[in-house]
Write a protein that binds this ligand. Structure first.
Ligand SMILES: *Cc1c(COP(=O)(O)O)cnc(C)c1O
Length: 398
């Protein structure tokens, strides 16, 4: 019998053809598919710019670099997220300050962030990294207002939420990652996420300066733009300049800052581009699956579903909080249902404990961790498979 995982990619014949075509083209990396994928993704999300990178973690790292996180500078994030949301601050030597989650939405609690900001002089915190956890959009309009009061930037970790949205005060729908309120947003194309590239990531922004900075950081800090060069034309050419010498030589480039090789390959971009075409139907299916779970568990007292408005939810994960979580997890595995736990609170990872974080610091996150479990959620999950999952859970509690 087949196992039922919590998340799974879907690779179609069309995807394969797109990858093969690119593999047989002239470019394996830095070819035309990268820009095509970036443009299509920016259009889908509604941002002005997009930069494709090697993975979501690289995307976070480049954002933290572009925003100039430095030694000892403080950045606030949630403990209920993948560790990379916090780690990007550490890559740059900054200090991660966790703020607790809202127990109903599981998202970074804006009031907890506000308390932190109010308790210290302005300028203490440099930025905030909210996460659209499980696919549920953070109200970034509210975060922007708060961030502006304290001179903070915002990186939206939208890895769970391509296709997600919230409605702002003007009743305008704001897509996750459109960077209307955040300075930068990031996505991942790991196979469990909505769009799979194998490995891959994207940064979106409306800020031209940050966009150019990130383009450069993605490729070793190298630029090939005439208008950005700082070395003399004479140096570049290698002899005295004559009147006929108006541009820099064809081979010329400058490494102006310390960057990385965080590029995506062209064939990964081709896969992403092909997958992106099915993004909307994927969201529709995810919402159907969520509704079926919600209805099935509605009247079971030992199961708590994510509450509050779920409008615009992109459902990367379908999470319930339950009693006897450990036993349920093990029971489901005996039935070949591989549920998962998202997440072990980051502040209690041994790496972060060394900075003084301890049990009791984030009561909502810690209480959530004790009961949370992510059920199978992916567009190709069949109605029959979902019914099997629901029945096994009901059986367990019967
Ligand atoms: C997956 C994920 C990342 C990291 O993305 P990778 O592509 O795996 O590096 C970061 N943040 C969140 C919330 C994620 O789910």
């Amino acid at each position: 019998m087949k196992t039922i995982p919590y998340g799974k990619q879907n690779i179609t014949r069309e995807d394969l053809d797109a990858v093969i075509e690119t593999l047989q083209s002239e470019y394996l990396t830095q070819g035309p598919k990268i820009k095509e994928f970036e443009d299509a993704f920016a259009k889908y999300i509604g941002s002005k710019y997009a930069v494709a990178v090697a993975n979501g973690t690289a995307a976070l790292h480049l954002c933290a670099m572009a925003l100039e996180v430095k030694e000892g500078e403080k950045v606030i994030t949630t403990p209920i997220t993948f560790a990379a949301s916090a780690n990007c601050v550490r890559y740059c030597g900054g200090e991660v300050v966790f703020a607790d989650i809202d127990p109903d939405t599981y998202l970074l609690d804006i009031n907890a962030v506000k308390k932190l900001l109010e308790a210290s002089p302005k300028g203490t915190y440099q930025g905030i990294i909210p996460v659209d956890f499980a696919g549920r959009a953070v109200n970034l309009e509210a975060f922007r207002k708060l961030a502006d009061e304290y001179g903070c930037w915002i990186i939206e970790d939208a890895c769970h939420a391509p296709g997600g949205s919230f409605t702002d005060n003007n009743k305008t729908v704001q897509n996750c990652g459109n960077s209307k309120f955040a300075n930068l947003a990031i996505f991942s194309f790991h196979p469990v996420k909505h769009i799979a590239c194998g490995e891959g990531g994207m940064i979106t922004t409306n800020d031209e300066i940050l966009y150019k900075k990130i383009l450069m950081l993605r490729t070793h800090g190298i630029t090939k733009s005439n208008d950005q060069y700082t070395n003399s034309l004479e140096f570049a050419i290698g002899r005295e300049v004559t009147e006929a010498d108006t541009t820099y030589p064809g081979w010329y480039m400058e490494m102006q800052t310390l960057g990385y090789n965080y590029r995506l390959t062209d064939f990964q971009a081709a896969l992403g581009l092909s997958q992106l075409k099915r993004a909307d139907e994927g969201i529709v299916r995810r919402r159907e699956i969520a509704k079926t779970y919600f209805d099935a568990f509605q009247n079971l007292p030992f199961i708590k579903s994510q509450s509050g408005s779920v409008e615009g939810h992109a459902y990367h994960l379908y999470i319930i909080e339950v009693e006897k979580r450990y036993e349920l997890y093990n029971y489901l595995r005996t039935q070949l249902i591989y549920a998962q736990i998202h997440y072990i609170p980051t502040h209690l990872m041994p790496y972060y404990r060394q900075f003084g974080w301890k049990e009791g610091d984030m009561p909502n996150a810690e209480s959530y961790y004790k009961g949370c479990i992510s059920l199978p959620m992916y567009p190709t999950l069949t109605a029959h498979e979902q019914e099997f999952v629901i029945n096994k859970i009901k059986e367990f509690y019967a």
